[in-house]
Design a protein. Structure first.
Length: 488
C-alpha cells in the first residue's frame, strides 16, 4: 500500500530556535521527508532564526549533520539532501531587540503574498516577545500563522497570560498549539474507527463499557533533563496535554463536521464535563511516584539534583466524566518514567456478558477489549472470547484480532512521524489536530486543584522500583474496584 501525497501551496517557514534540539531532532527531519516525496513545492523556503552567530552555510552544515543522525542512511539520497539544504537560509536575531528584525523583514518581502508559518521552537517565555516583534515588523498580517509548542503555561493563570500575549497579535484561527500525539496515525485512526464505522457507536457508552485505560509508559528516566523536569513533573509534562487530549478523543460526541472548530468544540465539552478532583477526592483518586535507585542506575531525586524533591515522575488518576454517555465509567490515566517497558496504549474495556450460558463447560469469560497502540508497533487489537479448537471439553480463551499497521501496509510503507503531518496541516490551514486556547485553559482548570491538593498534603510521592509497573498504591487504586492495570 502506498500513501497519497498531496502537494501544498508555496510557503515560507521560519523556525525560531532553529539551532535547538527540537528543530534538529524533529522539525528538519520531518520537513526533509516531506521534501523527499515532493509534497513541498520547489519555491518553498525554510528560514532558521536563532541568537547564535552562524552563516547560512554553517546552518546548512548543522542541518546536514542532524539529518545524517536522525534519518536512516538508505533515505539520505545525496541529491535529495543537497536540494533540501538549498532551501535553508539562516538569520541571527535577538528577538528581544526591537531593532533586530530588519533582515527577516527583507527576506519575507521577497514573496509578500505567500503563506508564512512562524514556528516557535523556543521556551514559552519568548512567545510574547516574538509575537510582538512579528507585529511591529509587519509580519503578522495576511496569511501568517503562528505555531507554539508546550509547555502552554505552568498553571491556569500562566496559561491565560500566555494566550493573552499571543492573542494580542494573532487571532485564534491563525494560532496552532501543537501536540505531537494528535499527529500520530493511530490517534487519527481512533477518530476513523469511531466515526467512519457503524459498528462501535451503539456500544460506545456506559451501558457497554466498564472502564477505559490510557497509558503512556517510558522505560528511561529523566537523565540529563532532571533539572528542567523537576520544575514540571509528569502531571504538567504528560497528563495536562497528551493524556487529556487522548481522553477527549475517546469520550467526545460525534462532531457535526470534521474540521477544526467542530472537533475542538466537542473536546472542550469533555474537558468541562470532567468531575472536579480537589482536596480529599484528589488524594483518594490519584497516585504520585518517583523511581528508586538501583545498583546500576540513579534515583529520580539523584537525576533531578534535588534530594528534597516532591516532583512526580509517575502519575495515576481515576477520572470520571459527568455526562449522559459516560456516567459511572472510570477513565484511568497513568504515565511514568523508568517503568518496565516503553508503551503508549488506549484500552477500552467492555463489560462482561451478564450471564454465561456455558456453565461449568468453560473457563471464566474475560471482557472484550479494544486496544489502540500508539507505540511500539502502532495498530489496533480487539480481544474476543473464542473456543479452543479440538475435541474434548468446551474451553474458551481470549483471542486477539490484530491490525498492526506495519504488517498490513507492507514493508515498503513507513509510518510518518507526527510532525510531518502537523507541519503540512499548518500550511494547509487545517486546525483539526491542534489545541484551541479555551481547551488549554479548561485542562488546567481541572489539573490545578489536584496539584493544589498534593502540595497542601505535604506528602512525598511514593517510591517504586525502576523497571517495575509503578507504585504499589496505583495497583491498589484499581484493585479497590476489582479492576487491574493492563500489562506494560
Amino acid at each position: 500500500m502506498t500513501s497519497v501525497v498531496i502537494p501544498v501551496k508555496p510557503f515560507d517557514l521560519v523556525i525560531f530556535g532553529a539551532t535547538g534540539d527540537l528543530a534538529m531532532r524533529k522539525l528538519l527531519p520531518a520537513l526533509f521527508r516531506r521534501h523527499a516525496v515532493a509534497q513541498i513545492p520547489e519555491e518553498a523556503r525554510i528560514v532558521g532564526v536563532s541568537m547564535s552567530e552562524h552563516s547560512t552555510e554553517e546552518f546548512r552544515e548543522l542541518a546536514s549533520n542532524a539529518l545524517t543522525q536522525h534519518i536512516p542512511e538508505d533515505e539520505l539520497d545525496e541529491t535529495l539532501l543537497a536540494s533540501f539544504l538549498d532551501r535553508l537560509s539562516y538569520i541571527a536575531n535577538d528577538v528581544t531587540d526591537v531593532n533586530g528584525w530588519t533582515e527577516l523583514v527583507d527576506t519575507m518581502a521577497l514573496f509578500p503574498d505567500r503563506i508564512r508559518v512562524f514556528y516557535l521552537a523556543v521556551g514559552p517565555s519568548l512567545f510574547g516577545a516574538i509575537s510582538r516583534g512579528l507585529a511591529s515588523a509587519g509580519l503578522s498580517d495576511g496569511k501568517a500563522r503562528l505555531v507554539v509548542e508546550k509547555p502552554l503555561g505552568h498553571d491556569l493563570d500562566s496559561a491565560k497570560k500566555l494566550n493573552a500575549e499571543i492573542g494580542d497579535v494573532f487571532n485564534e484561527d491563525c494560532t496552532y498549539r501543537i501536540d505531537h500525539y494528535l499527529g500520530k496515525e493511530t490517534v487519527q485512526n481512533l477518530m476513523a474507527l469511531r466515526f467512519a464505522n457503524a459498528l462501535f457507536e451503539p456500544i460506545w457508552n456506559a451501558q457497554s463499557i466498564d472502564h477505559v485505560q490510557i497509558t503512556a509508559a517510558e522505560s528511561l528516566g529523566v537523565g540529563t533533563r532532571g533539572g528542567y523536569y523537576d520544575n514540571s513533573g509528569a502531571m504538567r509534562d504528560m497528563v495536562q496535554n497528551h493524556l487529556l487530549q487522548l481522553l477527549c478523543l475517546i469520550a467526545m460526541e460525534p462532531p457535526h463536521d470534521f474540521n477544526g472548530d467542530a472537533v475542538r468544540d466537542e473536546k472542550l465539552k469533555v474537558l468541562r464535563s470532567l468531575k472536579p478532583l480537589a482536596g480529599h477526592d484528589a488524594l483518594e483518586n490519584t497516585v504520585r511516584g518517583q523511581y528508586r535507585a538501583t545498583e546500576t542506575s540513579p534515583s529520580y531525586v539523584d537525576e533531578a539534583g534535588n534530594p528534597q524533591s516532591k516532583t512526580e515522575c509517575y502519575v495515576a488518576i481515576k477520572a470520571e466524566i459527568g455526562n449522559w454517555r459516560w456516567s459511572g465509567v472510570p477513565f484511568y490515566l497513568r504515565t511514568g518514567k523508568k517503568l518496565r517497558s516503553q508503551a503508549t496504549e488506549i484500552a477500552i474495556v467492555f463489560k462482561k456478558p451478564p450471564h454465561s450460558v456455558f456453565g461449568n463447560l468453560s473457563t471464566p469469560l474475560n471482557p472484550n477489549v479494544l486496544s489502540i497502540r500508539l507505540q511500539p508497533d502502532e495498530g489496533l487489537q480487539i480481544e474476543l472470547m473464542t473456543k479452543e479448537p479440538g475435541p474434548g471439553g468446551f474451553r474458551l480463551h481470549s483471542t486477539p484480532l490484530d491490525v498492526t499497521f506495519a504488517e498490513k501496509l507492507g514493508d515498503e510503507f513507513e509510518m510518518p512521524d507526527a510532525y510531518e503531518r502537523l507541519l503540512m496541516d499548518v500550511v494547509r490551514g487545517d486546525q483539526t489536530l491542534f489545541m484551541r486556547g479555551d481547551e488549554v485553559e479548561a485542562a488546567w482548570q481541572w489539573i490545578d486543584p489536584i496539584m493544589d491538593a498534593w502540595e497542601a498534603s505535604g506528602v512525598a510521592p511514593e517510591t517504586y522500583d525502576s523497571g517495575s509497573v509503578g507504585p504499589t498504591a496505583s495497583v491498589e487504586m484499581m484493585a479497590k474496584t476489582g479492576r487491574r492495570w493492563r500489562k506494560i
